[in-house]
Design a protein around this ligand. Structure first.
Ligand SMILES: [Zn+2]
Length: 293
């Protein structure tokens, strides 16, 4: 049996988390409140430059300690993703990044060898998405990007794009059935994100590094409005693109729980983990089932 098939089934870990909380961590009631809401972290990288200082066991421990129930992981050098997945198949959902090393964010879309690299990895491992990759504006129509979009389509994979709205529209132009996880909501303003969500129903923005969401420590009104209008479209992320970002996972989860606490509980739960679970975890579980003998 393939070792990936032997992985434990995905199960919500809220009960386990609450139990751990009750037994060990949460004598302080404010901490208890923060730990109770599990997080689906839709933007984790385990790049080659962090593996020595934060080995896989330690990386997994940090995610679990932060109350991350599931993490969508892509890495510059896919070995990083595979090593985390091996360590914690219940926690890690793999996606395939087109970068073999850091420093390719601005050059990959003119590098034909990227497609061969992706094909090789796709033949060897299973993923839920291709990404996170960076491309903006007219570059999204370059041949390498077109080939990547078609590769994702052929393999039934989502795209995880760090792209402005223009590039997202170009990729939907290449495949109207594409499903796009939109890193940082492209750093577009909420009004533009709203237009895109109304127009494209298979577009899900993720909210890492959106410093504009808070105003005086509270959710900015335009953000509150869009989160309430589209509660099933947004996800939380940390974006560990640099080694030191691995030190911020718990703080990021805690800060997300703070602003999520300003929203109705059912909306907060959708953003915190249910959207990731119903879209990404369910999709990956289905892929595993399809591939099982
Ligand atoms: Zn990233």
């Amino acid at each position: 049996m393939n070792r990936l098939h032997a992985a434990p089934a995905f199960r919500p870990s809220i009960v386990a988390l609450t139990l751990v909380c009750a037994l060990t961590l949460c004598k302080d009631s404010s901490l208890a409140g923060r730990i109770e809401l599990p997080i689906f972290d839709a933007h984790i990288h385990y790049n080659h430059d962090v593996r020595e200082s934060v080995p896989p066991k330690e990386a997994i421990a940090r995610l679990r300690k932060a109350g991350v129930m599931r993490a969508l992981v892509s890495s510059s050098g896919d070995e990083g993703t595979q090593s985390l997945r091996e360590e914690a198949p219940d926690l890690i959902i793999p996606e395939l990044r087109p970068y073999r090393a850091n420093g390719e964010t601005g050059s990959w879309f003119r590098d034909d060898s990227v497609i061969e690299y992706l094909r090789g990895r796709l033949n060897r491992y299973r993923y839920v998405a291709i990404g996170e990759f960076h491309v903006s504006g007219t570059d999204a129509d370059l041949p390498v990007v077109r080939a990547l979009v078609q590769l994702a389509k052929r393999h039934g994979l989502m795209l995880h794009a760090h792209s402005d709205a223009d590039a997202v529209e170009r990729m939907f132009g290449q495949d109207s059935d594409a499903r796009i996880l939109w890193a940082h909501g492209g750093y577009e303003k909420p009004a533009r994100i709203r237009e895109m969500l109304l127009r494209y129903h298979s577009l899900w923005p993720e909210l890492s590094s959106r410093d504009d969401m808070l105003s005086n420590g509270r959710l900015a009104e335009e953000w509150r409005a869009i989160l309430l209008e589209f509660p099933d479209r947004f996800m939380i992320g940390t974006d560990t693109h640099r080694p030191e970002r691995w030190d911020t996972i718990a703080a990021n989860a805690a800060s997300a729980r703070d602003w999520l606490g300003e929203l109705p509980a059912e909306v907060a739960e959708r953003l915190a983990y249910q959207n990731g679970e119903s879209l990404i975890t369910a999709e990956f579980s289905q892929k595993r089932a399809l591939r099982s003998p």
